[in-house]
Design a protein around this ligand. Sequence first.
Ligand code: CAA
Length: 258
Amino acid sequence: MSETDIVLQSREGRVAILTLNRPKALNALNSAVMRELVQLTAELDRDPEIGAILITGSEKAFAAGADIKEMEDRSAMEMMLADWFSDWEALERVRTPMIAAVAGFALGGGCELAMMCDLIVAADSARFGQPEIKLGIIPGMGGSQRLTRAVGKYKAMDMILTGRMIDAEEAERIGLVSRLVPADRLMEEALDAAKTIAEFSKPATMTAKEATNRSFEVGLREGLLHERRIFHALFAGGDRKEGMSAFREKRQPTFRHG
Ligand code: CAA
């Protein structure tokens, strides 16, 4: 697995921690960061020893957006031919649950990166926004779609059309944040959530994520059928037997992730 200084890696048991590290640019997401995150998350996704991936930034910024300086001189044709930002879609294919631990700015692509994760744990210092309109553009990494699905039309329109930043409290109120915690407890709380998930049966957490995400793609009938098929399939694994035996025997289960 590669190690660079723009995305730092560490592990806590079955949790992989990826820390964005471009402090001078407030963790602006340039192509190099994207390549690293895409490669690392794909590798971690295939690693049976990893049950959750935690993505975080610094105290000042989770990420202040796509790198404006990198985009500034591009023509429309260059953007289109390179299919700029399309590579971020690889994060959607990561089956392992991903947790964003957000402090400070999560703007533009930063907010969109957080929304590509499955849980967002926010420090009370977090600020979310889609300020692209101020640059004469619109969100390009899914903001108009994922934000609207997360918080509904009117809050999304407010953020996308005015570029207004919202604080962590408002973000939690409107459903953009899973857990809101004091800044000094951010990593503890995010890691706690990640470790809880990582200790559960990996086939169960992966398919729970898949089924939940499916609800954004298909109608209710199809979604329910998909859920039930997964539910039945999990009875083929040793982990569900262990989970149910442990319940009956009043002990903690030991999942083997298979
Ligand atoms: N791209 C490139 N560099 C950035 C950046 C970004 N998105 N955000 C901040 N930086 C750089 C600044 O240029 C500055 O660098 P220099 O010291 O070399 O000038 C450094 O980070 C520190 O930033 P500030 O001095 O501006 O810090 P501040 O505390 O005064 O302000 C801020 C913080 C409000 C976040 C401000 O930096 C800002 O508005 N940043 C841009 C936010 C933005 O517009 N994001 C959307 C980008 S477009 C996008 O993301 C498209 C998409 O959908 C994918």
